[in-house]
Write a protein that binds this ligand. Sequence first.
Ligand code: ARG
Length: 457
Amino acid sequence: MKLWQGRLGGDVDERLNRLNQSIGFDARMVRQDILGSVAHAKMLGKIGVLTADECDAIVGGLNGILADLDGGALSIDMSAEDIHTFVEAELTARIGQPGKKLHTARSRNDQVALDLRMYLADEIAALSGRAKSAVAALIDIAEQHLETVMPGYTHLQRAQPVTLAHHLMAYAQMLLRDADRLADCRRRTMVSPLGSGALAGTGYPLDRQFVADEVGFRSVSENSLDAVADRDFVLELLSDLSILLSHLSRFAEEICLWCSWEFRFMALSDRFSTGSSIMPQKKNPDLAELIRGKAGRVYGALVALLTAVKGLPLSYNKDLQEDKEAVFDALDTANLCLDVLPPMLETAKFFPGRMREAAAAGFLNATDLADYLVGKGVPFRDAYQVSGALVRLCVEKGATLETLPLSEYQKLHPAFDEGVYAFIDLGNCVNRRNVYGGPAPEAVRVQIENARAKLSD
Ligand code: ARG
């Protein structure tokens, strides 16, 4: 017998249940469903719709259910239609008549919207904590590599020298913005829809702000139709998660590259690597590959829900039930990835020698060479030409700018003197880039300090 079988007669078809049931996934909102109901019941007591005794019985019953679930004395009946139905039926089984009054002035439409908002508010807080832990791990490693020179790339071609610290901090910045976006999303999520009823509010003189305060929300929704139909807080979270996963996937791709024998900039710990069933020599960065790949799954959840809400007429439609599997899966995925990233990085080895070798071989100081001539009064465009010609000469001779004799330099421009070698030294090239936000150790120290301050915000 369903909760809603007033008008409909007989048993529903079993195939209806299989498509209709949501308990399999909305059971994870049980705590929020109970706490939301506690708030609702207290409010009904406050405005006199429930007597004090009824209110006490309901609140006591609900708290008892929660305690029994936590203690393991009660488990969720997975044959119930959804979590709201389960809690209400369990309550009535426990306390009888007053239990049947809980749903006064409420619909599952505003109830589910409240539950999901409460659930996501908690999850978002936990997730941004994880993102911040990843930032902390990046900062710790960056601090050890302020002077580790490595090639910076554009087009995956060696471009200009940077440091490993600066490179890692680039990802720290992305994750800090992700955490900031999540905080923003959380603020918009913590608005109470309760009191919107099925769609058209209710005739009871509800104290909606009381409910919002009880569940720790800041405000109440302004339009009952919007409140039961709106899922943009879910879409916003899915967008934030998609961006987060895009960042993780870019980093993961670099980890894969850096672990390759071609780069050998780093090696993952054996604890965070896998092998091959046939090739005995293999050590594979499967976890990094999975993080890279999981982005697709999270984008999929975003697109699935965007598609589900597209063109939906107001107000509540059952299509909206699709929000939960999408967002739960995306959250689980993001949590998995963020959980593995810090220990994977903390146990990895970085190879500064290899990075320096790569930096030395790619003419990364060619821009600095041009700047050297600019310092001697040569216009940048001319200096650029001379520097390019010198690189071509080095390529022909199999030399580097550091090893090319001064006489060769002077053949191309008379302004060169011995000082050129110090000027184009890779360490000096990095140290000179001391602009705010640049890779010089001093500048990266400032960057780290600022990031730390954001972490403790
Ligand atoms: N399981 C439903 C959902 O997730 C709860 C709301 C049901 N409302 C209704 N009118 N059938 O959306």
